[in-house]
Design a protein around this ligand. Structure first.
Ligand code: CMP
Length: 150
């Protein structure tokens, strides 16, 4: 089992897509083990996006991510990191395939709705940033019918 970080970016909240997006992850069988509504500070955004410092889109990305509230989620499930990345689709909505979340809900390069960790090591770093007090461990009632036996 893995846990990954998912962010609903400011455009997802502004467009009123939170319920529909969240439902897709619940439908998939991923478990919510952390959930926070927050306004990203410049400091948090800089730490989260440190790997992108110096890239041409970095200043605009930080402006976008700090412009309005976001929702941070920790999602747990089998191969959760790769599963969630696949669900998001290509980085930009204009390129993302139909059936993926960015493919179905967006057509912008800037406003791409969601962020998800790209590897288990990245997930560990990003989860610590957004959930410094840890995550909630609970056993879903559906687990025996949802996930393969250990
Ligand atoms: P995200 O998953 O949040 O991780 C890094 C973000 O940088 C990415 O989604 C995009 O929002 C943004 N990004 C990456 N490449 C570009 C680009 N070429 N132009 C604009 N934004 C980009």
């Amino acid at each position: 089992m893995e846990t990954t970080l998912l962010l609903f970016k400011p455009d997802a909240l502004q467009r009123g897509l939170v319920g529909r997006l969240l439902a897709r992850f619940e439908d998939k069988g991923l478990q919510i083990v952390g959930l926070r509504l927050l306004r990203m500070t410049s400091e948090l955004a800089a730490r989260h996006y440190a790997p992108h410092v110096g890239k041409p889109f970095y200043p605009g990305l930080l402006r976008f991510m700090t412009a309005a509230p976001i929702i941070a989620l920790a999602l747990r499930g089998p191969k959760a990191v790769a599963v969630v990345r696949t669900m998001l689709g290509a980085t930009f909505g204009i390129d993302a395939k139909p059936g993926t979340l960015r493919g179905d809900f967006g057509c912008s390069k800037t406003f791409n709705l969601l962020h998800a960790s790209d590897a288990p090591e990245t997930a560990a770093r990003e989860l610590e940033l957004f959930f410094p007090d840890g995550l909630e461990a609970w056993e879903p009632a559906t687990a025996p019918w949802l996930w393969d036996p250990a």
